[in-house]
Ligand binder design. Structure first.
Ligand code: PLP
Length: 368
């Protein structure tokens, strides 16, 4: 092995970030304060929405949205299986029924034609996911989902655009996430973005134990949660989101280095970015040809000091989901794609030499 260890992901923390957190720590206000408000304003600006509500995780953001929209028992919610568990869990927490839909074979986003196919009289909503930072096909989604509530799980896509319009502004509300592997981080954290003032108001109440916004501290209007974002996390968020463009540019540069080198390999498909989409690179996921033994590739890379992951592992095949919904049918594209996708090490700090090393190892693994 040569050169520094290559990690799967890494947060990008600079001196300004450290100073921002230290200032918040010394301010004496550690919860529900001005940093969260400033972070909300910046996030609303990025999403192009009128409102933003900072919460403790992306999962909390999705859950609060589902709850605030009144989605519950008896409601069916269409959701892709090729996503992170949080997209599904937000539906399950409220006792609604998920209906899994298949994906497009190139972008891995929910296939709009599947909405028409699976919608019934009980369908209330669609949980749209912008997978790996590539926007879903929103025009077709909106058309197919006419009359349904659209929620955007854009936790992997902050700063991405669809036909020039920012993700987060589509549907009734969107959710961003700030776990350390995301494009910007707050340690743990999430954000609800919406143009709907009533929805924003209810989400604010839900995150704060159901308190009314102006109400007394011990006045609880509804059953709520502690989904608040603390001031240390929010201060880091303010500092990080100010650098969003630069952080995304670094990631885009690494993605470009990968694609330039991998485009020539005939058993590797590089990520597809549609012409009308501006990607916000979350991960770099290639698709291996059907005749490649992916597990063997992962092992060979690991022996070479290069981490990689089979990613995503479809939700409808997870043990807890199979137990809950034993009758779930097959999702042909999802299942095909999921046996072949491979996430390579990816973050904005990867050097050209490190990318060369990963690509060299992958090439050797494929030839071996
Ligand atoms: C990261 C992520 C979330 C939220 O994750 P948290 O760890 O709760 O912040 C939700 N959906 C998707 C698709 C994600 O990638």
């Amino acid at each position: 092995m040569n050169g520094p260890a290559i990690s799967m992901s890494a947060p990008d923390i600079d001196d300004d970030d450290v100073r921002a957190v230290e200032a918040a720590l010394r301010s004496g206000v550690l919860g529900l304060g001005p940093q969260a408000e400033a972070f909300e304003q910046a996030a609303a600006w990025v999403a192009g929405t009128a409102h933003a509500v900072a919460v403790s995780s992306g999962t909390a953001a999705l859950h609060a949205i589902v709850r605030a929209l009144g989605i519950g028992p008896g409601d069916e919610v269409l959701v892709p299986s090729f996503t992170f568990a949080a997209s599904l869990n937000a539906i399950l927490y409220e006792g609604a029924t998920p209906v899994f839909v298949d994906i497009e074979p190139d972008t891995y986003n929910l296939d709009p034609a599947q909405i028409e196919r699976h919608r019934t009289g009980a369908t209330r909503a669609v949980m749209v996911v912008d997978v790996f930072g590539h926007s879903a096909e929103w025009d077709a989604v909106e058309q197919a989902a006419e009359g349904l509530l659209l929620i955007d799980d854009c936790c992997e896509a902050i700063g991405a655009r669809y036909r020039g319009r920012s993700l987060g502004s589509f549907g009734r509300a969107g959710a961003f996430a700030f776990y350390p592997n995301k494009q910007i981080t707050t340690g743990e954290g999430g954000m609800i973005v919406t143009d709907d003032p009533e929805l924003a108001r209810i989400c604010r109440s839900l995150r704060n134990q159901g308190r009314g916004e102006m109400g007394a501290w011990l006045q609880h209007e509804r059953l709520g949660f502690n989904y608040r974002m603390d001031e240390l996390s929010a201060a880091l968020g303010v500092s990080q989101i100010a650098r969003l463009d630069a952080l995304l540019a670094k990631r885009a540069r690494v993605a470009e280095m990968y694609s330039e080198r991998l485009e020539g390999l005939d058993r590797v498909h590089v990520p597809v970015v549609r012409d009308h989409v501006t990607m916000s690179w979350f991960v770099y996921v290639v698709r291996l040809a059907a005749n490649v033994d992916r597990d063997a590739v992962i092992e060979t890379l690991a022996a070479d000091g290069v981490p990689s992951r089979a990613y995503f592992s479809p939700l409808h095949l997870q043990p807890y989901v199979r137990e809950l919904f034993p009758g779930t049918g097959t999702l042909a594209v999802t299942e095909q794609v999921a046996t072949r996708t491979l996430a390579l090490p990816f973050h904005g700090g990867l050097s050209e030499a490190q990318v060369d090393r990963v690509v060299g190892s992958l090439q050797a693994a494929l030839d071996g």
